[in-house]
Design a protein around this ligand. Structure first.
Ligand code: SF4
Length: 316
């Protein structure tokens, strides 16, 4: 549950894949069908396949309307994402329709693909302009090790659901595969992924690796050479995605510290991430971070020589 001050809307932030994205999070923290080893939001505390109306559609739309009215420029896209699996939201289709009517902006949904075997989830997702499904494994051992799914979620169900959904879906499809060394990078899994994705429509297949701290501390990102070797195996629609880089400075929030805390509660960021995400100078980002660390609101952690900052969530 959220406290009254808890924000459902965050950003806009530069998305690696979508441009400047206004994020909407309608799922309680770490309510998910998976418990991925690389999750930036911590361990899954409610592993479930039960779809629920965690908050009223009307309340989300009211928040969105108020947020947009404070922004001088619109973001490029509204993205349903956050610290849980968005397709667990029961009135997902109604929410997508409502956001499109309200904002006249494209709506994107980031999903782990786990519930696409449900016809009602496919119907809801079909209303989005962009769907970003992930599929980290097509071989059962790798799938269980890296995604640690709920018992009702199986790989054949995910693959069948994806195939059914993509057969009829007309929007943009940006697949993501997150590669973690020694979890899903063996030849068997890569060959299986190549075979499965070869049967599916996708505008791009984007390869990512864990650059931020995950649930398991021992996870290691895949090196650049291996990433590019796998990209070449997957063919021309596959790309390696780099850190978000944007020169745009569209931060419209009045309360910068609040915005930074809201961002850091969702995922660890470096000072440079904040500089890019919020259009603030590096000096300003570093000085606010120092202040927040000194007050105890934010903690810093060095991961392979890079300093990440995170803040505790302000929900229960
Ligand atoms: S990375 Fe996404 S799918 Fe995996 S546990 Fe975290 S929220 Fe769930």
């Amino acid at each position: 549950m959220r406290t009254p001050g808890e924000k459902r809307i965050f950003g806009p932030v530069p998305s690696r894949r979508l441009g400047l994205s206004l994020g909407i999070d309608v799922i309680p923290r770490k309510t998910c069908t998976f418990d991925c080893v690389y999750c930036e939001c911590g361990e899954t505390t409610d592993k479930t396949c039960e779809r629920r109306e965690f908050c009223a559609v009307r309340d989300v739309l009211d928040d969105l309307e108020a947020h947009l009215s404070r922004m001088k420029e619109k973001p490029d896209v509204i993205t349903l994402s956050g610290s849980g699996e968005p397709t667990l939201y029961l009135p997902l289709g109604e929410l997508i329709d409502g956001m499109k009517r309200l904002a006249s902006l494209p709506v994107a949904v980031i999903t782990n693909s786990s519930l696409l075997w449900m016809p009602e989830v496919r119907d809801a997702l079909a209303r989005a302009d962009v769907v970003l499904p992930s599929l980290d494994a097509a071989e059962d051992d790798a799938f269980r090790r890296i995604n640690r799914p709920h018992e009702l979620v199986s790989l054949p169900r995910i693959i069948e659901g994806l195939e059914r959904f993509l057969k009829d879906y007309r929007g943009t499809v940006l697949f993501e595969i997150l590669l973690i060394k020694n979890y899903n990078t063996d030849t068997r899994n890569i060959d299986a992924l190549k075979a499965v994705l070869g049967r599916m429509r996708a505008d791009t297949i984007q390869l990512n690796t864990a650059v931020r701290p995950g649930t398991e501390s021992e996870i290691e990102p895949l090196d650049d050479i291996s990433m590019h070797r796998i990209r070449n195996l997957f063919g021309p629609r596959c790309e390696v995605i780099a850190s978000a880089r944007t020169s745009r400075t569209r931060h419209e929030e009045t309360d910068l510290e609040e915005t930074i805390l809201s961002l850091l509660a969702r995922r660890p960021c470096t000072a440079e991430d904040l500089h890019r995400a919020l259009g603030m100078s590096m000096e300003n980002a570093e000085s606010i971070l120092q202040k927040l660390v000194a007050s105890g609101a934010v903690v810093g952690k060095s991961v392979r020589g890079t300093l990440y900052f995170s803040a505790p969530r302000r929900d229960t």
